[in-house]
Every structure is written in C-alpha cells, then in structure tokens.
Design a protein around this ligand. Structure first.
Ligand code: FEO
Ligand code: CA
Ligand code: CA
Ligand code: CA
Length: 647
C-alpha cells in the first residue's frame, strides 16, 4: 500500500545498533556477471509440482525452453510520460482482464458491476474486490493456455466504493468494504491472442474480511489470540490488507496481511505491545469498521488485533476449503512470502515487513515437501524455524533464530513460549538485534543464481531527528527513492550466514539521488515494490511511489508508476511499462512458457489523500473504462508475435 510519508507507521523505537559511518554507497553497488543458467529452479519446480489435475510435465518443458533463452532483454525502452493508460513497448499488447466489480464467476451468482458504485454488500462478495495486489497463476494440467489466477484485494477507496462515498456511513457500507477486501480465485483461458475469464467456473471464489479461517502452528490457541467470540483462539473471521503473496510448490496460495493496524480503533492508553504494533487511537478513522463491527474497537476487544498480521494459506483448487493462518511464519505487517526449496526439498519462505525500521524474515520448514499437492503437505508450514536478518557492515549477514529459550527470548523477557515469540515477532526481533530496514516489500529468489532480492521501498524518516541512523544496508538519510538489496546464502537456502550487497540504490543521478546509476545502466525509477525473477532470470521491478509524491520533489520527472526489467548479469534496467494516472503497478506472475505476463493496476486515479471524491470520480483517471469510475484491474501482457515477454 502506498502510504503518505507522514502517515507511515514507524513504531520501532528499539535501540538496535546502527553504524554511524557508512562506506561509500557507490562502491556497495555492483552487478555480478557470468551467472550461468544451470538449473530449472523454482518456476520449474512450481510448474512441475504446483500444476494440478495432472503431472504438469508440459509446463516443465515450457519453463525449460523459456529458460534456455537466457536473461537478455530485447524490447525498446518506454519513455516516461504523464499518461492515463497502460503503455507497453512496441510489439506488445496489454489487455484488461479482471476489474473491480467484475463477477468472480460463481454459477448463478454473477451480479453485473454498477458504475455508480451502487452494488450492494452482498453483490460485492460475488465480484472482484478493490485494489488488486499480489497475484499468482496456477496452470491447469501444466498449461500456459488455461489456469487459475489468484489475487489479493488489498484495501478500498471508500470514495469510489459507495455511490456517495463516506458522506453517510452504515453497517451496509462497512460490510461492502469488508467484502471488497481479501482474495479472488478466477479461472482464465487463452483463445488465440486474447485471454478471457471462464464464466462460470467451479473454482471461482471470493475470500473476504468475513470468511471463516483457522489458525494453526505454535501460536494457535494462545491466550493473546482468544476473544469473546472465539475462546479457543483458533477460529478467526477474515483476512484484509492482503498485500503481496506467495505460491507454494505444493499448489497453494499464500496471502499476506500487511497494514492491519489501520483497521483497529485504539485506546487513549495503549499498552507497550499495542504501541509496538501501531494500534493507536484514531487508526479507525480511515476505514470506520469499528463503528459497526465491534471487534475492531480495541477498548472492548483488546486481543482481536493479534489475530491479524499473519500469512494465510489458501487451496485454490477447493473453493469450499478453509483458509489457514500459519502462525509458525510469525506475525508482521507482512508484505509477501516468496517460497523456494532447499536442495533436499524443504520449504523456505522469505518475508519482508513493510513498515519503517522493521525487518526481513525467513522461515525454513522442518519437513520436506512430499509429492501429492496440498493433501500431502497440509501441516508443512506448521513446523520449522523462523529467522530474522542482521546485515553487517562487512557485507556478510546472519539469520537470527526466533526460537523461545534461545538468546534473549526467555520468559523473564516476556517470551514464555513460542506463541509469545511469534505473536510478538517485532519485540523478539528487537531483542535479537536484527537490522531495521527501509520498509521491506517484495522478496524473490533467482531460480538460476539463488540470489534473493528484496525491495526496500523508501524511508524518509531514516537519519532524521530522533529516528534510527543510516547503516550499511540502509545507507541514505531521508531515503525517498529506496533500494534493492540482495543476498546469497552460504550453502543451501537454509543457511544461517549470507553475503549481501545492493543491486541498485534507486533514483535520478541528475538530482544527485542515485549513487547506483553509475554502475548500472538504465532507466530511472524510485520506490521499488513488486519484484519477480522469472524462469529465465529476468528481474521484473514494479514501483509504488505514493500518490502524494508522484510528479513532485525527487519524483518530478516520474509522474507515473511503472514496471522495469533488469538483466542482473549485464547491469541493465529498462523501462517496460507505464501505468495510468494515480495508480500503483503491482502483482506479478507469468504462464510457464513466459508468453503471458500478468500484472495488476492498483488504485488508478487515487488522489494524494487516498480517498476519491464521489462527485468527481474521474478527476484524475478514467482508466480502464473511460466512464463511470476508475477501477483497479488485472492486465495481461503478450508479444504480438507470440514470443516470450521481455526478450
Ligand atoms: Fe501494500 Fe507494502 O505495500
Ligand atoms: Ca498499494
Ligand atoms: Ca508500497
Ligand atoms: Ca506492496
């Protein structure tokens, strides 16, 4: 979520060490060449293993053939411009596929979208939610022509969601807002050069802020998770602020709960735990759920907020399945959950926590992934070790285990059991001396080189009065532009030591904002967020400059958000796409053959205060319909000659 700089949570006031002398950042930026394409990698594993209804063999062949094309990027760079459409390079097409309000496709229950915001709460529960974000393609039978697209709907613009915006407020409006959050599962099919949604589909599903879920793992049933409505501490209603995502090799979707604190009306006297998690008086004013859903009022229901901030596993093949909150992965303002495998088949999940001065996490499963899809791996993410990262000044780093009883994580420090450690992951990471990062967003594992990349989107509080100082990994004060950091585990992906450097410190060298552009050739960008290395090793970068900042200050020459492609071996970053006015470009997934790339356009037309005027809904953007209201939407990008996207 793009958040206004002044509104961004910065509740980490712990005193972890920072260095006060930063070596020349320019020298920290280098692109290593010569990484050979030696493995099929994660996407091979996904295509072979996550594809359902068959053995996925076809997908594996397609991945191998795409990977053999190498990392080169062959398209002509798109020039930055203030536009209100999706711009792709010459020779490419961008097709709108699934907009806010389009029916998800449940047979007999497909209400049409009303462009005046007039759909009811019940209708919204059967339609695409708002503000599409992280997304994954699940091939059917390994196909690159047919599959499920599963995506997050992060948050809402109540100015567009209801006919009269927030001029009046009601239980019906709160319910509509809750139903516009969560996840969509849709079925899609390619016919010729175009993709279409399969309507109806037996897979179609909406998961919302009202969908029943269960909690599993070490924190399940913990006293801090028990509420009046759920004395068991295991049965939770809904997921929301689902930002980025993960896709497991056993065929499930991971959705990540990010800025959950914004939904809870805090009290006048928050305790230390609530303060550390940003549960403050006044939070509720943005979404106003607490006015009609009492559980969001912290004074009455102090434990409800502890039930959010988790990674939720969803089986997209079974629309009747109960989503599972996996407590073993820890609690955070979770951005994403990039999943890969160790060489012996254990799952590794990399997770960023997007808030100022928060942390980067890694989970390693105890057990190996078994053949047989989700049915054979239902408990895989319940047992394992969670770590938090410390980046040292010498270019090495260490994964610090978040294990009760180890180091400072003892009962006398407030960690009497593993549930305490997981529910209070931030406090545990503070105690371990983890590195406070510049808002970690997406992570991605290069399937060929095993470098792990993470976007650190920006942090204008870095180095400011009373705020943490610069350190080696976060080397710039008033960091408005962000950076992409990367690390390589020593040994396998479960290693506890790693080597790291910056791929790029983002920004415009003409404005003195980028030390990186001297050693990396390419187009200017800032506030990197979405990130994916595809099967042939191309790193795709999406930006989320907040709408309060786009086109101003350091972003004067960057009026729109964008997507770029990077060949890390050549050190080149090239602009591939521009989004329409006032949007964020996010959500990244591809077919196994890499001939179709799916992205999401989030909040086109969003004003700086993040709430549209219902009387002037088209004031900033008319995308994609040219009338009615702007709508977040999924876009599929193909090459007109049918080739691999990006080559
Ligand atoms: Fe929802 Fe951190 O972006
Ligand atoms: Ca966003
Ligand atoms: Ca962001
Ligand atoms: Ca994001």
């Amino acid at each position: 979520m793009a958040k206004d700089f002044n509104d961004m949570e910065d509740s980490n006031r712990s005193a972890n060490p920072t260095i006060h002398e930063v070596s020349d950042p320019a020298r920290r930026v280098f692109i290593r060449g010569g990484l050979a394409a030696t493995a099929t990698g994660l996407f091979g594993a996904l295509a072979g293993c996550a594809a359902f209804g068959g053995n996925g063999g076809n997908g594996h062949d397609e991945v191998s053939s795409a990977a053999s094309l190498g990392r080169s990027i062959g398209f002509k760079s798109v020039q930055m411009a203030a536009v209100d459409r999706v711009v792709v390079p010459e020779g490419y097409s961008a097709q709108v596929l699934y907009r806010w309000g389009d029916p998800v496709g449940i047979a007999g229950q497909m209400p049409a979208f009303r462009a005046d915001g007039g759909n009811t709460a019940a209708e919204q529960a059967l339609q695409a939610g708002m503000h599409h974000d992280g997304m994954a393609f699940f091939p059917i039978e390994g196909s690159s022509q047919r599959g499920l697209l599963v995506m997050n709907h992060e948050y809402v613009d109540d100015g567009l969601l209801h006919t009269d915006g927030m001029k009046t407020w009601s239980a019906e409006k709160v319910r509509k807002s809750m139903n516009a959050h969560g996840v969509s599962v849709i079925e899609i099919q390619r016919e010729g050069s175009a993709w279409k949604q399969v309507l109806p589909s037996k897979f179609a599903r909406r998961v919302t802020a009202l969908t029943p879920m269960v909690m599993t793992g070490p924190a399940a049933g913990h006293p801090m998770l028990r509420t009046a409505a759920d004395p068991s501490g295991t049965r939770i209603l809904g997921t929301y602020n689902n930002c980025s995502n993960g896709q497991t090799p056993w065929g499930t979707y991971l959705t990540c709960e990010e800025n959950f604190a914004d939904y809870f009306q805090g009290t006048d006297n928050p305790d230390a735990h609530q303060r550390r998690w940003g549960i403050r008086k006044g939070n509720g004013r943005k979404y106003r759920w607490h006015e009609h859903e009492e559980r969001f009022d912290v004074a009455t229901h102090p434990n409800e907020s502890n039930r959010y901030g988790w990674v939720v596993e969803i089986d997209p093949q079974d629309p009747s399945s109960t989503p599972v909150k996996r407590s073993a992965l820890g609690r955070a303002a979770h951005e994403g959950a990039a999943t890969a495998l160790t060489t012996d088949g254990r799952a590794v999940v990399y997770m960023g926590e997007d808030a100022r001065f928060e942390y980067i996490y890694k989970f390693v499963s105890r057990d190996r992934v078994k053949p047989g899809g989700f049915a054979a791996n239902r408990a895989l993410l319940d047992q394992g070790t969670l770590y938090v990262a410390r980046f040292d000044v010498d270019g090495t780093g260490e994964w610090l285990p978040l294990v009760q009883g180890q180091g400072p994580l003892t009962a006398d420090k407030g960690f009497a059991n593993q549930g305490d450690v997981l529910i209070k992951s931030r406090q545990a990471s503070d105690a371990l001396g983890a590195t406070k990062m510049d808002r970690p967003e997406w992570t991605t594992v290069d399937p060929l080189s095993k470098w792990v990349y993470c976007t650190l989107t920006n942090n204008s509080s870095r180095g400011q009065q009373g705020q943490p100082f610069m350190d080696a990994a976060n080397p710039r004060s008033n960091n408005t532009m962000g950076q992409i950091i990367r690390w390589k585990e020593r040994g396998d992906l479960d290693g506890t030591r790693f080597d790291w450097n910056h791929l790029v410190l983002a920004g415009d060298p003409k404005q003195g904002r980028s030390e990186a552009q001297g050693s990396i050739k390419g187009d200017t960008f800032g506030s990197p967020d979405g990130l994916m290395v595809d099967a042939r090793g191309v790193l795709w970068i999406q930006t989320d400059v907040s709408t309060s900042t786009l086109g101003k200050g350091d972003y004067t020459n960057l009026p729109n958000n964008q997507m770029l492609a990077c060949d890390p071996t050549q050190g080149e970053i090239r602009r591939f796409l521009l989004g329409p006015a006032g949007c964020e470009v996010t959500g990244l997934t591809a077919t196994p053959d890499l001939k179709s790339l799916f992205i999401n356009i989030q909040h086109p037309g969003e004003p700086a205060n993040e709430r549209s005027d219902p009387d002037r809904p088209l004031a900033i953007s008319k995308w994609p319909d040219g009338a009615g209201r702007p709508r977040s939407a999924t876009v599929v990008i193909t090459r007109n000659d049918g080739g691999v996207v990006g080559t």
